[in-house]
Structure formats: structure tokens, C-alpha cells
Design a protein around this ligand. Sequence first.
Ligand code: ARG
Length: 401
Amino acid sequence: MAKELCVLAYSGGLDTSVAIRWIAENYDVDVIAVAVDVGEEKDYEGIRKKGEQVGAVEAIVVDAVDEFYDDHILPALAANLMYEGKYPAFTALARPLLAKHQVRIAQEKGATYVAHGCTGKGNDQVRFETTYQALAPELKCIAPAREWGMSREEAIDYAEKHDIPVPVGKDSPYSTDTNLWGRSIECGLIEDPSVEAPEDAWEWTVSPLEAPEQPTYVKIAFERGAPMALDGKQMPGPQLVSTLNQIGGANGVGRVNMMENRLVGIKSRELYETPAATILLAAHKDLESLVLDRETMHFKPYLEMRYAELVYYGLWFTPLREAIDAFMAETQKTVTGEVTVKLYKGTAEPVARTSPYSLYDFGLASYGEADSFDASKAEGFIDIWALPARVTNAVRRKMEQ
Ligand code: ARG
């Protein structure tokens, strides 16, 4: 009789490789390994082969780079997505997409189980499983790394016993997660927040100390909130983002070092490298400040904060997330134009912007000859504006006597 199937989210790393074997053994099922490409530049064919070699009955690679860009990064940019003001939430953005493809394949193959390699202490388990439950509550979930209780050393022993290749040589002391929108670095020396992060944690960015002495300028063209061209050259979004990761990284841009509040209640010290996200978010916000009316601009950040929480908390497949996306999309109708960003030793500063929808009126703003603002009207405006302040303060003074 054919065994039941389990579809595992597979990265090719030690933990999920051990998981293939561990799940097959402990649940007596056949494991299908699924690796989803969301823009981490690695050898996916090699990962696929490794999945089968370590015991998966089938290993599948899904190219989801464009989908990640179109359906996750662009809405995040429209919402200026930044969790706790610092983290562009790239891991949180990708997890629902990984889980969605896993669920799709599980349904196509008639699997009973889905599985992920997350530990019991992080946010990622919540994001995977919330998506499973939203999209396919009938699937049962296996979380080996939460269940097996193995230390890293024990996992390595287990791997060696079962002929699972253990990465040697440059065995990173850190735990990392990478996609098109950023790279996270955790564990090891980073766990002591009272100590500055070691330089070897950074891979995408040079130290600002070593960045060029001269600034680099990049000009980004947006259409309805979406980046379309870099320095006058049209290019597909994912290519634009990875190009900016290179240029930004070479200028030391995009290093994030923060204390973060996890959904599971733990405070953690996090390092992120997000050159493209840092540059694009700065440029996008800057363009919005040129084209959005004051009231929209002052209101939008409230929803941006809620949006960041929803994404971080794994609530991607929820009505509120969709409703906020619809609001954001409405605000992006005029976010078209060009922004020049100056990259210099770790900073990314928008220094010039233009838009056909610009609300800037030179005649109104200028103190020079072109002045077209009728300042005499200001007097009456201020009289009425100040009325409540005049009345309340007069009463207060009387009461104090
Ligand atoms: N703290 C970040 C988050 O919760 C990054 C998590 C990185 N995940 C990982 N499996 N290494 O989104």
C-alpha cells in the first residue's frame, strides 16, 4: 500500500535535510521536498538533487521570484512596510507565499501532511501554520524542529549517521534567511545585544568606513508606486531590486541592527541587510511627499503600521490585509515620477524629485518674484484658526487670578 504523503518546505540546509529523513522515519510517510525560489541566488537544481539524495521521494523547485515581487514586494512598498520602524519584514513577506505553494502541491499530490523546519521560538512557525490553516485546514502539520528536541550537535550526528551531507568548511556561526528583499542574520555572537555586531555577519554590505569617498547617485522612476527604471533604464522589478542591492551594498547602505518584539513574546536582537529596500522605501516615501495631499499623507502611516503588524504576525491571508492593500493601491494612483537618491557611506538620502502629479506650486511656495499667494487672506484665516486658543486661554487667565 502506498504511504501517506508529507510536503515539506525545503531549503537545502542541514535542518530541513535532516527533517526529510526524520519525518519519513517518525511518521512512516513519503516526503516531497519543495524549495521555493524567492530571489535567494542559490543553486536550486543542486538543492533539488540533494532533496532526493537525502530521502525525498520527489523534490520540486518552484520559481516564485516574479510572484514575490508583484504580489508581496510591491504592496509592501506601497505601504512603506517597516516593522517597528526598522525591519522591512522580508522574511515575513515571503513565508505565506512559500506556504501557499506547499499547500497547492500538497493538494495536487493528495498529501495528508505539510511540514516546515521552523523552531518553536520564532515567528516563522506561526506564519507557515497560519497560512496552512487559512488555505487548507484539512492538512495536518508536522514541525520536526519543534518536535525532535535535537541540539545542533545532535542534528549533525543524526545527519552523519544517515549519510546526509553536512556543510563543512565555511560553516556559518549564524542563522540566516535570504530573499530578494533582504538578508537576516541571527544567533551566535549576535545574541548579546550589549556587544556591537561582528563585521563578519555582514555579507551584502561593506562597512560604511570602507565605502567610496564619493557619493553614488541613483535615479529611480516610479509608476503608480512601482519602480520601473533605474538611471533611465527600464528593467524588470526583480532585476531592479537586485541591482540596487549591489549598488547600495557597495555604499554600505541598508545595515539594520535592532531589538525586535517577536509575535511569540520574545525580544530578540536582529541584524538585517536590506540595501534595495532601504533605497526604494526612502525614494518611494519621498515621491509620496511630493504628490500626496496633506490629509492622505498624515492618515496613511496609521494603516501602514497596522499593515506591518499584520504581515509580521503572519496574517497575510486575511480580509483586513486585503482591505488595507486596496486603500494603499488607491493612494498610489499619482505616485509616478522620478527620485534621485544619494548613497554615501551607509546613508541613502533622496535629494531631488519630479512628478507630473507634483502638488508643489512654485508660485505659491516661492518667496521670490514669482509669488502668487495672496498673503492678505492669511490674516482672516489666522483670526478664525486662533479663535479657540484665544477663548480658552482668556478663560484660564481669568480663573488663575
Ligand atoms: N526576526 C525576523 C522575522 O521574524 C527574521 C526571521 C528569520 N528567520 C529565519 N528562519 N532565520 O521575520
